[in-house]
Ligand binder design. Structure first.
Ligand code: 6PG
Length: 257
């Protein structure tokens, strides 16, 4: 795989603005070429800031929201009204403020009996959307998949050392909590789905991410201990938007935007 496209920004605000501009451009291109844009959201504080930037009228007005289809990369097993819900956060920061039709939103259901059931149901939902049997090949290719980066190297809800890392035959699985809060079960896309995306965009900010950013970008890949090193789109592109505090252990780059 070629080196990721690294976009360094001065601070979390310019990072979020740059990432929101990237999403707008990706959506416009995809809608022009394929008549729709399938976007996978992630949880976390850096993405939240990006969603707020995307909701601003100057950006939101550039996108045909009727052709946007919005999915979740992972979800905490709590009701959407719970402040810890990833999709709940995305609604408050973005989806409640843009004219996206309700039927184009595909949150992971957490009203079912167990996270295992939620994972099965989301796999079936993806099967219906992409018009194929859940878990079958080829793995669906989302147009753009967003990821945060946990301090421990997790992405989506693929935590270090967990059996979820080995799930290759299903598109969606569930995980017990990792070591970082919140301590709730999760439902997550699996690594083959992440790597099948046409574009993957990491959003990472803050000094506390500096060590793990260095480990992911500069050290040899070690998927089991640092799941983010397993993110290697098979034919898609890989982009990183990071701010200078998160990039501080990397060598000097181009002057930040
Ligand atoms: C979750 C996420 C998770 C998140 C990272 C980074 O549910 O917690 O989807 O993968 O993106 O932990 O989050 P921050 O940007 O808040 O550090």
């Amino acid at each position: 795989m070629s080196k990721p496209d690294l976009n360094r920004h001065g601070n979390s605000e310019t990072l979020a603005a740059g990432a929101a501009d990237f999403i707008v451009a990706a959506a416009r291109k995809s809608i022009l070429e394929r008549k729709r844009f399938t976007l996978v959201l992630t949880g976390g504080s850096t993405p939240e800031q990006t969603y707020r930037m995307l909701a601003r009228p100057e950006r939101a007005s550039q996108v045909d929201w009727s052709r946007m289809f919005v999915f979740a990369g992972d979800e905490r097993f709590v009701p959407e009204s719970d402040s810890r819900s990833n999709f709940g956060m995305a609604r408050r920061a973005l989806l409640d403020h843009v004219p996206v039709p309700a039927e184009n939103l595909f949150p992971i259901s957490t009203s079912c009996a167990s996270p295992a059931e939620g994972a099965r149901l989301y796999g079936e939902l993806l099967g219906r959307f992409f018009n194929q049997a859940p878990g079958s090949a080829p793995v669906p290719a989302f147009d753009l998949l967003l990821l945060g980066l946990g301090d421990d190297g997790h992405v989506a809800s693929l935590f270090p050392g967990m059996p979820t890392l080995d799930v290759k035959e299903q598109w969606v699985t569930w995980s017990p909590p990792g070591t970082l809060p919140p301590p709730v079960d999760r439902i997550t896309l699996t690594i083959p789905v992440i790597n099948a995306a046409r574009s993957v965009l990491f959003l990472v900010s803050g000094e506390k991410k500096a060590a793990i950013v260095y480990r992911v970008l500069e050290d040899p890949p070690d998927y089991k201990r640092v799941p983010a090193t397993g993110v290697r789109p098979s034919s898609g592109s890989l982009h990183w938007f990071i701010d200078e505090p998160a990039a501080s252990k990397l060598g000097p780059g181009e002057p930040p935007a």
